[in-house]
Design a protein around this ligand. Structure first.
Ligand SMILES: *Cc1c(COP(=O)(O)O)cnc(C)c1O
Length: 416
């Protein structure tokens, strides 16, 4: 695909193209940031209005039963389960990814305290999303039992980091910055062969790449709904626990929603059987309700088609940037090998921040991540091949014309 006309032809043949109609996309915008905040499903505005005016406004407290509010975390978890190779009853949608990671880590460490109490190492990745590393550090500090974090990186590959002292391996399936994709089944098998349990962060995977938690024999997983699942800003996250672990121990954020009979109002804690023990307290029902709108669109798409198109958009983007912007100092930081990348593509540029601000002002919305990384999310549900062509054209104009050098593009907002 070398011309815009080639891209338009590819759009006409694209089996996922009709799904774009289900999203509200502002005119004049090419949105390449669906890996950070997904777009608005058209159904979500109506759903929000009905939850607020009918279920809350008219139903009032009766809606906990009559509108199914109480069961939402598990009912929507069952839907999400289909996207990550899990079964009904294994997922709840609740809290944030950070909190869910804390719960999963606590449960995994408790299991190991019984199985192999001498294990004191939690392996993660230096390049992991910082919240994952911060939550691990918080847990270590809380426990005060001599746990340590061991970070894999170019100097310390996973094979060398694994030994008999490792309790848990907590990794992001797709790296938030580079888009690098781990082989979940292979890494899990390797961790298990050393007696370690795995926690997978699927923030950049759910709805973006095929995931098979059951087939990979994974132990725990957490992830976001507001990225590729288009659930809305700050929408609740999810947690999955392999059934062999679920009822072994309870997680320490043992609020009343995780109790076996919350409305007994008993003094003593008794964890609910099954995945409900991973809940904590009352959920943000308006926000949680909207998760379903994005999930329904994702479930209507064939995940293999989504993956195929995601990789084709990525190949096209890489090829166009490297050919049309060849004289500029852009370096691909995403693996070129399709089997090793997720659904976004990142390039380094020495003035990446300014370049991204100039792109955004021209309606091409991606984002910037330290250090120097321009990040472009390629979301097959609502992006086409011609969009990719047009985005690269704008990038070329910004770089050729050096418009990014204007002073206003250096100012930083609170969120980058
Ligand atoms: C986006 C992201 C998060 C976000 O965590 P929150 O608690 O929802 O803010 C966590 N982990 C990874 C890998 C992410 O990409």
């Amino acid at each position: 695909m070398h011309t815009r006309a080639d891209c338009q032809h590819a759009d006409l043949r694209d089996p996922l193209a009709p799904l774009r109609q289900q999203f509200e996309l502002p005119d004049g915008i090419i949105y390449l940031d669906g890996n950070s905040l997904g777009v608005l499903p058209k159904a979500a505005a109506a759903r929000a209005a009905s939850v607020v005016t009918q279920e809350w406004g008219s139903g009032l407290i009766r809606s906990w039963n009559t509108a199914g509010w109480f069961d939402l975390p598990a009912r929507l978890g069952d839907k999400l389960a289909r996207l990550i190779g899990a079964d009904p009853g294994q997922v709840v949608i609740t809290d944030t990814t950070s909190l869910n990671l804390f719960k999963a880590l606590a449960a995994a460490l408790r299991i190991q305290q019984h199985a192999a109490p001498e294990r004191r190492v939690i392996v993660s990745e230096r390049d992991n999303f910082p919240t994952d590393l911060y939550m691990i550090q918080g847990m270590i500090d809380l426990l005060q039992q001599g746990y340590e974090m061991r970070l894999i990186d170019e100097q310390l590959p996973l094979e060398q980091a694994l030994d008999d002292s490792v309790a848990v391996v907590a990794l992001s399936h797709v790296n938030y910055r580079t888009g690098h994709l781990h082989d979940m089944a292979a890494v899990t098998a390797r961790a298990h062969s050393h007696g370690a349990l795995t926690i997978w962060d699927l923030a950049h995977s759910a709805g973006a790449v095929p995931v098979d938690l059951t087939g990979s024999n994974a132990d725990f997983a957490v992830g976001c709904t507001y990225k590729y699942l288009n659930a809305g800003p700050g929408a609740p996250a999810f947690i999955w626990v392999a059934p062999r672990h679920t009822d072994q121990f309870w997680q320490p954020l043992s609020g009343w929603w995780s109790h076996q009979r919350p409305f007994d109002m008993a003094v003593d804690y008794e964890p609910a059987a099954g995945i409900r023990r991973y809940l904590c307290g009352t959920q943000p029902i308006v926000s949680l309700s909207l998760v379903e709108c994005g999930l329904d669109i994702a479930l209507a798409a064939d995940m293999n088609e989504v993956r195929k198109k995601s990789l084709a958009l990525g190949d096209l983007f890489i090829q166009l940037v490297e050919s049309r912007c060849a004289q500029h100092p852009l370096t691909l930081v995403t693996p070129r090998d399709p089997a090793r990348r997720g659904s976004h593509v990142s390039f380094r540029h020495p003035h990446g921040y300014q370049v991204m601000q100039a792109l955004i002002e021209r309606g091409v919305i991606g984002d910037y991540r330290e250090p120097e990384v321009l990040r472009f999310g390629l979301t097959p549900l609502y992006l086409g091949y011609a969009d990719v062509w047009d985005a690269v054209q704008v990038l070329k104009e910004v770089l050729d014309g050096e418009t990014w050098k204007q002073e206003r593009y250096s100012r930083r907002g609170a969120v980058t």
